[in-house]
Design a protein around this ligand. Structure first.
Ligand SMILES: NC(=O)c1ccc[n+]([C@@H]2O[C@H](COP(=O)([O-])OP(=O)(O)OC[C@H]3O[C@@H](n4cnc5c(N)ncnc54)[C@H](OP(=O)(O)O)[C@@H]3O)[C@@H](O)[C@H]2O)c1
Length: 255
């Protein structure tokens, strides 16, 4: 589908694998100029190569950076500005369940990665997004930011990420920057946590699906990417401050 994103400058964090890679591919398929960011340079480079081959009409660049490091985060936005002349779309996808350390350390690291790094990227990109005329931010949260579920530090930080995005959406609407969220349910892919559990315990996972996911299967990264690309496009021009579940009906939340 042509969503009018050709030539737009798009930054996707956590883009070397999984959901982030599918999001980057979704923008590349639209002919955008996409900057992929992740810490591991090798996987990043091979992902970029795959996308360039699959989408010759797109421009795909990479920057190896840890978004929890302020200097490296600044480098990501500076690289987009240097290579593409600005930033039209920012997708904060880098995120994880942090399980290491004491309870307090896990909570701090979860907030650092899932909340602070996203808002730092937003602040770094703010003036470029405002100058774009089409500025859009899509943050990748989780259905477990809307309701009970997942480890507490993940649940709490993803809830904060949703609240942070909503607050910024209202503040930045006047600047012409739309901020929205996508909240995936359980998304399975090779190398991902649900993909691994599917291999290790196929029967248990079928029981999980039967009990938890009305759609009857795990979601895939491309289904999340489709929602992200839509929200970043002018087709979603009147969508501001939304959190869109992509979860096969898995969420039980009324909000
Ligand atoms: N998979 C699911 O079922 C699911 C469900 C709901 C929400 N989500 C959310 O969706 C997002 C992506 O999940 P995923 O399952 O695709 O994750 P994943 O497979 O673990 O991939 C994470 C990506 O982020 C990068 N990354 C991790 N930490 C980073 C950092 N500090 N700085 C820069 N890049 C970093 C990773 O590359 P490097 O390790 O090389 O940095 C990788 O490219 C996360 O925010 C997650 O919470 C996932």
């Amino acid at each position: 589908m042509d969503l009018g994103l050709a030539g737009r400058s798009v930054v996707v964090t956590g883009a070397s694998r999984g959901i982030g890679r599918a999001i980057a591919a979704g923008f590349a398929a639209e002919g955008a100029r996409v900057l992929l960011c992740a810490r591991g340079a090798e996987t990043l480079a091979s992902t970029a190569m795959i996308l360039r081959t699959a989408y010759p009409g797109a421009t795909v660049e990479t920057v190896a950076a840890d978004v929890t490091d302020a200097d490296q985060a600044a480098t990501v936005i500076a690289t987009a500005v240097e290579r593409f002349g600005g930033v039209d779309v920012l997708v904060n996808n880098a995120g994880a369940t942090v399980r290491d350390g004491s309870v307090e350390e896990r909570w701090r690291a979860s907030f650092d990665l899932n909340v602070i790094s996203a808002l730092r990227m937003m602040e770094l990109a703010k003036r470029h997004l405002a100058a774009s005329g089409h500025g859009a931010v899509v943050n990748i949260s989780s259905i477990y930011g809307r309701e009970a579920g997942g480890p507490p530090q993940y649940n709490g930080s993803k809830a904060a990420q949703i609240a942070m995005s909503k607050a910024y959406a209202l503040e930045w609407a006047g600047l012409g920057i739309r901020v929205n969220n996508v909240a995936p349910g359980s998304i399975a892919f090779e190398g991902g946590s649900w993909g691994r559990r599917l291999k290790e315990d196929p029967e248990g996972m079928q029981a999980f699906i039967a009990q938890q996911i009305p759609g009857g299967r795990f979601g895939n990264p491309e289904e999340v990417a489709a929602a992200v690309v839509f929200l970043a496009s002018d087709a979603a021009s009147w969508v501001i401050g939304a959190t869109l579940n992509v979860d096969g009906g898995q969420s039980r939340s009324n909000i």
